[in-house]
Design a protein around this ligand. Structure first.
Ligand code: SF4
Length: 405
């Protein structure tokens, strides 16, 4: 059975990270997953990411136990299920972190920071906690849906980043230190470039990393970017994957086609989905989701502008036109035979199948597409039987058209 050895290091790393949040040695800043983590780390904060907790609630299928409690607090069951699962879990004082790592609960914040580059939901979500803990909250609100990110937008976001400094200084008790900021940005850049290389190993015909494995191995680039341990981890993972590529060892013994996954993972069904594609000899080799933590514009010599640009240029924050350009590039780069859009019911921000993109992209590239309905955490929006039928039919159709040449 194909198994990456690096998973053991990753589990150890993630455990140490979570336990470090409870030692009381460092002040805790909460941050959105594509928020200004580098700036926060430069002030000595340990950084906690509620979205990572949301993904954990989805993957452990506990989300559905908690969503009703958030609904009782006035949050609709149709908004982001990371938000509702996380708030419900907090209200119920239960989290898988207790069972997995023996933690008391989620760590209390000293500071809360968000970036609406991904969605406005994070502001509402994080404000719930800022109110509850009476905690300072700072936010960045970049322009959205851009074709191109120009110097004007970068300047605006830099201004917003800099506005965070007085609050960060007050809460952390540390003065802003440009050298520290540059060091964190450098480490973050080094880790993110390794992560990019990790993903690109699956350009190989015998791809060594599936999308489903990628969603697990991306943990450190989300929660530990800007640290040496994250960089070391991705070097280890990359070495193993490159070794597998050189030996022609892929995650599937035999591959009939290559698939691209667009949209959020269905966290509670990762194993089921991975097995389904495997049985059908279809390799899911790339995704927009895993690529979202590649910030190749980071530059420690220009830390403000480069982080502002990188965090504003992310896929989710762009126009349809710009997203299509990126997708066209990935479809070519990864030699994709078919693209699956996950139309996530509680996250329209990360669902790109609603405004005709699948048809337009097929016209431009000839790559066939399938839309499946589901959700990141709330499995009431996902029909397993229906999705299996749709996916197997799609795979057969691709197979037939490949046979016809
Ligand atoms: S991008 Fe979607 S899943 Fe992520 S926090 Fe925003 S609404 Fe939720």
């Amino acid at each position: 059975m194909y198994k990456l050895e690096a998973i053991n290091s990753m589990k150890k790393l993630m455990k140490e990270y979570f336990l470090s949040l409870e030692t009381g040695k460092k002040k805790i800043a909460w941050c959105t997953s594509v928020g200004p983590a580098e700036l926060l780390r430069s002030f000595g904060f340990e950084v906690y990411f509620p979205e990572n907790h949301g993904a954990l609630l989805g993957a452990t299928r506990t989300a559905i136990d908690f969503i009703p409690d958030a609904i009782k607090c006035g949050y609709s069951g149709h908004i982001c299920s990371y938000t509702t699962a996380d708030i419900g879990s907090f209200v119920k004082k239960q989290t898988p972190l207790q069972k997995h790592y023996g933690m008391k609960g989620i760590p209390e914040p000293d500071l809360i920071a968000y970036n609406t580059n991904q969605c406005r939901e994070v502001e509402d979500w994080f404000t719930f906690y800022a109110d509850h803990f009476n905690c300072p909250i700072v936010g960045v609100q970049p322009p959205r849906y851009l074709d191109e990110v120009t110097q004007d937008e970068v300047d605006l976001v830099v201004k917003q980043f800099k506005k965070m400094i007085p609050t960060c200084e007050k809460v952390s008790g540390q003065k802003f230190d440009l050298k520290k900021f540059k060091d964190v940005v450098r480490l973050s850049k080094e880790a993110t470039l390794l992560w990019q290389k990790v993903l690109k190993t699956s350009i190989a015909d015998n791809a060594p990393l599936s999308f489903f494995d990628g969603t697990i191995h991306m943990g450190p680039i989300v929660v530990l970017r800007g640290t040496q341990v994250a960089k070391d981890y991705y070097q280890e993972l990359l070495n193993e994957l490159e070794d597998n590529v050189s030996k022609g060892k892929g995650f599937l013994p035999e591959t009939r086609m290559r698939i691209f996954w667009e949209g959020m993972p269905i966290w509670g069904k990762l194993r089921m989905m991975s097995d389904l594609f495997k049985q059908n000899k279809a390799a899911v080799v790339a995704s927009t989701y895993c690529s979202s933590w590649v910030f190749d514009n980071f530059d420690e010599h220009n830390p403000w502008e480069s982080t502002a640009r990188a965090y504003t240029e992310i896929f989710i924050n762009r126009s349809e036109k710009s997203k299509m350009k990126m997708l066209e590039h990935w479809l070519k780069e990864y030699k994709i035979d078919g693209i699956i859009y996950h139309d996530s019911k509680t996250c329209f921000n990360n669902s790109n199948a609603k405004f005709g993109m699948p048809q337009r992209l097929k016209n431009d590239t000839g790559v066939p597409s399938l839309i499946i309905e589901g959700d990141l955490c709330d499995l009431r929006f996902f029909s397993e039987g229906q999705s299996i039928t749709k996916i197997e039919t799609f795979i057969e159709q691709i197979q037939e058209s490949k046979a016809l040449g």
